[in-house]
Design a protein around this ligand. Structure first.
Ligand code: XMP
Length: 516
């Protein structure tokens, strides 16, 4: 793999994704990794990420100096660039000038890293200190007004670095810079393909599972759908999927799972109709955290009831259920401290996920993958686009998008408004621009309106379109006015209870993506 050394900013995951977009497998490791541990992983390259520290600050993260002596091609980004400079005998100065945001760089001698690229580029910077002198053997490739050494490389040692963040989309040619390092300087082949993942995983799962039975909870979302399809390809009808319809789903979602998904994969599916159970448990509840807890609890109850039935059936057939499939992704693994490849990795559970004490062993075929890779695999497995292309949808579903008590009527109102918003966004070709667009019903708010000749007193609907890379931060998406107008007209015309549509123009932070 290429090891992405995490110096503590949020950028390591993004870098790891960009490396994979260059068709090279990547793994995130902590900066405390030793040269010995690096050698054991036998990396073809190392990328040092950015980080929030100053290399001079007390306790600032450094790299085991021997790592830079291993002969592994290494690329430094931002803080990682300064760490390289400082540890290889260059100089890092406290300039006192902060460069933050879009910055112009001037390319001098382009070297291999910036070869064929424009002499002037706009890139994304975020730093206080700056490299004042490149280490011996390094050529300086670019500069900015405030930073004399903004990029360098040492062809012989196959090392390079940039002060800016090539992994963010705001940096022009950023991906090209990364690819120049990976392919031209480090000479790494493009051999990371999602097709290979399918073959490898199918073989692995077959061996792991043998003849025993497997269950999987389907949420209707991408991750569990792809995980189950992979396992099904490996072990066929030894797998049974359980789908809990908690009544908090969006329009047509149950049918998409029961019909489209089953038709394209052939999985055995058990649907639990728990709509009444959830509505009863949620009656009278308005507090968001209480709602989430109730939904989580009822979900587990419904799932376990179905699971017990299946277990009894399996036991009668003499092959007990031993395995549980989970759609855990790499970001979940990294966030629960597993990025280091250490033991004792916690499984990530969403609200609406499953308890830890189920008596099964876990199969997590997606735990090395990012979301976009999971989608690609889903498409290769022939899953329907309505599922593979689906936006993130929270486990507690529409239950946390009704501000106020959840009732059947309110769910019905929100479902219709949400379906209109989604259909219009798709029709306008905007699905690629937005990360997700929660549609929220302010059920306890009423406002006065006028329609036809009459006064109305209805509820507002909030549109919350956001753009994001990972949901940790987000900005509100500047949707075209005509699309907003169409959504608003249709919702107020077609959904009787709604007489006003408003737009949420809050970034995250301070707002979260969901309203509850
Ligand atoms: P927030 O509202 O925290 O949401 O900005 C960040 C992302 O997480 C999704 N989300 C959830 N997903 N179970 C989930 O599976 C949950 O309980 C949950 N709450 C929020 C949200 O849709 C957004 O993508």
């Amino acid at each position: 793999p290429v090891l992405v050394v995490d110096f503590g900013a949020q950028y390591a995951q993004l870098i790891a994704r960009r490396v994979r977009e260059a068709d090279v497998y990547s793994e995130i490791v902590p900066h405390s990794i030793t040269a010995e541990e690096v050698r054991a992983k036998d990396p073809v390259g190392i990328v040092l990420s950015g980080g929030p520290s100053s290399v001079y600050a007390e306790g600032a993260p450094r790299l085991d100096p021997e790592i830079l002596e291993l002969g592994v091609p290494t690329f430094g980004i931002c803080y990682g660039f300064q760490v390289m400079a400082a540890q290889l005998g260059g100089e890092v100065a406290r300039t006192g000038n902060r460069e933050y945001g879009s910055t112009a760089v001037t390319v001098g001698d382009a070297g291999s890293l910036l070869a064929g690229q424009p002499d002037a580029q706009t890139v994304w910077m975020s730093h206080g200190d700056a490299v004042a002198k490149a280490p011996e053997g390094f050529e300086v490739l670019a500069s900015t007004v405030d930073t004399p050494v903004a990029a360098f490389e040492d062809r012989d040692r196959r090392m390079a670095g940039v002060q800016w963040h090539p992994e963010v989309r705001h940096s022009e040619h950023g991906q090209r810079v990364l690819e120049s390092f990976l392919h031209d300087i480090a000479g790494i082949d493009r051999d990371w393909r999602t097709g290979n993942v399918i073959e490898e995983q199918v073989a692995r799962i077959r061996e792991q599972v043998g003849d025993s039975k497997v269950i999987c909870g389907l949420s209707g979302g991408v991750d569990s759908a792809v995980a189950a399809a992979l396992v099904h390809r490996a072990v066929g009808d030894q797998l049974t999927c359980i789908f809990v319809d908690h009544g908090l789903l969006r329009q047509d979602e149950r049918e998409q799972v029961e019909q489209d998904y089953v038709a394209s994969t052939g999985v055995r599916l058990v649907t639990v109709d728990a709509r009444e159970q959830f509505l009863t448990a949620l009656a009278g509840v308005t507090d968001p955290e209480t709602k989430r807890k109730i939904i989580g609890r009822e979900f587990i109850r419904a799932f376990e009831a179905a699971e017990r039935d299946l277990a009894a059936e399996a036991a009668a057939e003499g092959e007990p259920i031993r395995w549980l499939v989970q759609g855990t992704l790499y970001p979940d693994v990294v966030e629960s401290g597993g990025g280091a490849g250490t033991a004792n990795i916690k499984s990530h559970h969403n609200v609406g996920g499953l308890p830890d004490d189920l008596q099964f062993e876990l199969i997590e075929p997606l735990r090395a993958l990012f979301k976009d890779e999971v989608r690609a695999i889903g498409r290769e497995l022939g899953l329907p686009e309505v599922i593979v292309g689906r936006q993130p949808f929270p486990g507690p579903g529409l239950g946390i998008r009704i501000i106020g008590e959840v009732t059947e009527d309110r769910l019905d109102t929100l479902r219709r408004a949400d379906a209109i918003a989604r259909a219009e966004l798709t029709a306008a070709g905007l699905d690629g621009e937005i990360w997700q667009c929660p549609v929220v019903l302010l059920a306890d708010v009423r406002s006065v309106g006028v329609q036809g000749d009459g006064r109305t007193y209805g509820h507002p609907i909030v549109l919350r379109p956001v753009s994001s890379e990972d949901a940790m931060t987000a900005d509100w998406t500047r949707l075209p006015y005509d699309v907003l107008a169409r959504i608003s007209n249709r919702i107020t015309n077609e959904v009787e209870e709604v007489n006003r549509v408003v737009l949420d123009v809050t970034s995250k932070p301070p707002g979260t993506i969901e309203w509850e």
